[in-house]
Design a protein around this ligand. Structure first.
Ligand SMILES: [Zn+2]
Length: 243
């Protein structure tokens, strides 16, 4: 039997009940357990945690709690997380379709797990060593999910900003080289080769095209491209835009 005090910092309070966000929480326990289990039982998924300190000493998720411990839990700082593969690959749940499109358009390998079960998403994230982006806190608490994030923003453009900042993706952006429809790679294609597939006005007004190597979709620098270019301007800077 014992009592510990937990203080959550930064945006980790997003996971706490509204009446608990400004105070330290006191938790009683009957047997020793890993601090991870206490933290997750209060609503905070482990992939959101950047650092834990117990009595001002750094500890890991499996630290076994002791009576009277004072524990501080901090989120990741933007850019802190390191990835085995660069650029990192992602998987997104079925609430994040638009964000998936945007990440693909910025060149990231982003799998959209539409209609997948939680079991399949978690296993795929682990097997492929991907970042899991989700709105489902329960999914993020799965043990095999190592790197992930609960997307807080509701508007897709704000979700994009949130993810780019947290995972420091900006230097890794290669815009307009991946198909937003299927995640395939785009390759420039001669107009002559596809002219029969174009609608009359597209045929008349555009000369540069690219084609998805996976699904065959054809892209050109039309209105949609211009809108996306404006949306991505804060991140692309002088990045070369290949279409
Ligand atoms: Zn495609």
């Amino acid at each position: 039997m014992g009592l510990i005090t937990l203080t959550f910092h930064g945006n980790l309070v997003d996971f706490l009940p509204r009446d608990k966000i400004h105070s330290s929480l006191q938790v009683t326990f009957t047997h020793k357990t890993a601090v991870k289990h206490i933290i997750e039982s209060l609503g905070v998924p482990h992939p959101e945690i950047g650092r834990i300190e117990c009595n001002h000493q750094r500890v890991d998720l499996m630290y076994s709690i002791q009576d009277q411990d004072a524990i501080d839990v901090y989120p990741h700082n933007p850019g802190d997380q390191r990835f085995e593969s660069l650029p990192p690959r992602l998987v997104l749940d079925n609430h994040l379709g638009k964000l998936t499109d945007y990440l693909r358009l910025l060149g990231f390998d982003a799998v959209y797990a539409r209609d997948w079960t939680d079991d399949v998403i978690a296993q795929f994230t682990f097997d492929e060593n991907r970042i899991l982006l989700t709105r489902d806190r329960g999914l993020l608490k799965r043990k095999i999910v190592k790197i992930g994030h609960c997307v807080r923003a509701d508007i897709p453009a704000e979700q994009l900003a949130e993810v780019i900042t947290l995972f420091n993706l900006e230097p890794l952006i290669t815009p307009f080289q991946r198909c937003p429809r299927c995640n395939g790679k785009l390759k420039p294609v001669d107009k002559d080769q596809i002219i029969e597939e174009l609608l009359p006005l597209t045929r008349k007004y555009y000369d540069e095209f690219s084609r998805c190597q996976s699904c065959g979709q054809i892209y050109w620098k039309g209105t949609h491209f211009e809108n996306m270019q404006k949306l991505f301007a804060p991140y692309t800077g002088n990045a070369k835009e290949n279409l």
